[in-house]
Each structure stands twice: as structure tokens, then as C-alpha cells.
Ligand binder design. Sequence first.
Ligand code: FES
Ligand code: FE2
Length: 451
Amino acid sequence: MSTRGTQRSAGPSYQSVIAADLTPPPVSLRVEQFDWPGDTRVDPQRYTSREFAALEATHLWPKVWQMACRLEQIPEVGSFITYEVADVGLIVVRTAADTIKAFHNSCLHRGTTLAEGEGRVGQFRCPFHAWTWNLDGTFRMMAAEWDFGHVDVATMALPEAAVAQWGGFVFVNPDPQAEPFEQYSAPLGEHFVDHPLDDRYLFAHAGRIIEANWKATLEAFLETYHVAATHPHTVRFANDTESQTDTLGPNLTRMLEATGVPIGSLIGKISEREIAEKAQRVLPREFRRAVPENVQARHFLADRLRDGLGSMWGVDLSALSEAELLDTDQYHLFPNFFPWLGVYLPIAYRFRPWGEDPHRSLMEIMVLHPKPTDGRPYETAAFQLLQADQSWCQARGLEQLGMVFDQDTDNLVRVQRGLRFGRQSEVTLGDYLEIRIRHYHRRLDQQLGLH
Ligand code: FES
Ligand SMILES: [Fe+2]
């Protein structure tokens, strides 16, 4: 039996940190599950070659479950949004109060797209020759019907993709034979049962074109190993090398990183008071308080967030544990969706190739605030697209987080350039801290029929 991946950093484990918290963490955060996936070989050409992107266009995107939108982005009957990746293009539409469908966005006459962007319609009418479909995808009418006697309109319903809903998100799978989403995503539902993302709304939604392959971009968010080098301002209050990484299912991994604990090399060398003071600096000014002498950093910081975020959002956070309030507890659902479980960083990411260029991708960040329970109004954010040379700080609603995301994505231009320039036959991955990248490429191999 392989012992690969069984080594751990010398510092306190994530489990030992949360075991010392005042409020017990939820069961899902107390689980530890690690399976060595085998010695994955990741050829740099996976990130740079058009042939590999073409393999993904054929075997990946048409066959896996993908997050298409939030339910609140298509609120009314007739509201639609288009979802595109590689050669997949879908219209995701609310066809009845509680029914969402996804149609392939292609006119059955000569192929014109039936919808662009997002909006609200009563039917889908092709702009070219006006063939028209009902909202539910059944065929309504064509001009000059006398010339199409060979067409059986009963068979002219728009082809559909599979649709599922989870946590207020709509998921699509273009493959009509797709396994059910619950099975594909397991144990995602179990882990979020006490943290329903249905209770959130889209407070901010930004995307940025990144000059790197979609996998290289996504992988920057699959590990905490980069935190000390890339986000050096966090080393006194974020514990990266002791973070926990879990392989939970064929399509699901996660990582848990403690906040209010310094990086391993500083543990025992700085006081709890200093940790609390440094961590407070990244909180909104109105959340901050004088740090008492004999403070326990995690307890102090959790109290600041309970009060600060609770009143900012109009929700009661008093029952939440330190772990739920403070920590990075980020999940990855294969291939490209990342929901976060906690409330301090209430975010979700999605990554896609940008067109057919293997050197460009679209990274999106959704900020999902809890719906206020005190009756105050709230609105669904519009999508804002940033170009490659813009900063995440320019995105509405991301301001405070923007600098950290810029640090993450600024590396990626260099990652992509270096992947092109290198002559190494594979990238080198850690056995534990980068286990999620290994797991993910194994799953990708299987999807592409490479193993
Ligand atoms: S292409 Fe759509 S009606 Fe002709
Ligand atoms: Fe980062």
C-alpha cells in the first residue's frame, strides 16, 4: 500500500484547531478523507495545445454537469440566460414558476442562435426566417409551411440538456444520458445540508479574462500552498501549510484552512493578540475593536464577524461556529465549479476556456450574501466583465477582496508563459498539499478517455 501523501506539516492540524474552538464546528468540517489517487502525470501541453482543448471540447464539456446560473438570475417565467463553453451553447429558461429547462441554442432550420445574452421572452423566434418555438421548447410555427411538407413539426421540439437545481444554482449537462446530479456531485448535498446556499442571493458577479489556460487558472484555487508566497500579508493570521485537503468523491474535493492561526513557521512565535490585530486589518473598519490583552485570536475574530457581518447583512449569525465564520472551506465540483461553505468569504467561482484559445480563460466570482431576514430589500447583481488588463478591484461589490484576487491571477500570465517556454515533460506536484490537482487530472484523464 502506498504511503504517498501521508506526510504532514509539523504544525497543528486543522482538526486540532477547530477542536479547541468554543462553538463546536458542524459535522461536515470534522470529516477528514484522503485517498491517494496515484502518481498523476501532468504534461504542460495540457495547458497549451489546441489538440488538448479540442479533446475537452469533444469529451468534457458536452458530458459533465456545470453550473449555468443562479435561480435569481432567471426570476420570472420567460427569463432566460445563455450558457456557453467550447461548442456547447444553451438557453437556460424558466418555463413555468418552478420549472427550468435548457435548450441547445440553435435554430432547427439553418442553425441561427435563438437567443443571445439574457432577457425575458414569451417565445423563441429566430431572427433569420422567423421559425418560432414556445417557451417549453415545442414548435409553434414556420413561414411558408407549404414548402416544408417533409418536416414533421411534432418532432421539431428544441433538443434539451439535462437540468438540475442545487443550492439556488441551476446546473446543466448537455448529455441526455447524464447520471443524476445528486449522484455526480455526492457528497456535496450532505456537506451543505446545514449551510443551504438557497438562502443566499447574488450580491456581486464579476468575470475577468485571464491570459492563461482555464485549468491553470482553476488550479491556482485548488491549493493553499501558494498563500505565503502570493499573499504575504496573510502569513500572521492564515495557516496555509497545515490546511486540510480532502478527496470526498469522484467529482468532489475540498480544502479547509484556518484563519486566526499563523503560518506553521510562526506558530508559537507571535502572540494571539498580534494575530488578532493583524487579522482585523483586513476586516471592514467598522468591524474592528481594541484587542484585549489575553485574547484568543479565533474567538475574538469570530465575535467581530458575528456582530459585524450580522448587522451588515441583516441576519442572525450568533449560532455559527468559529470554523464557519472564519475559515476557508472551499469545495471543488469537477470540472469547474467552486462553492464555499462559510460566511466570511461567501463566494463561488466558475472557470471556462475563453473561446478556442488554450491560452485564455474566463474566471468568474459570485459573491453570495445571505438573504436578509430583517425585511430590508436586496437586489440580484448584474454581471460585470473585466478585461485581462483590468483589476478585480474595479468589480462592483468585490472591492475589498479584489487585491487578493489580483495577487492570484497576476501570477497566471507568468504561469502560462512559463508552461510554453519550459522543456520539462511534466509539472511537479506535492503529494498532499496539491492532491486536489492530482485528483482533478486523474478525473480529467478518465473523462477524456486517456486512461
Ligand atoms: S435559420 Fe432560423 S428560421 Fe431560418
Ligand atoms: Fe490565493
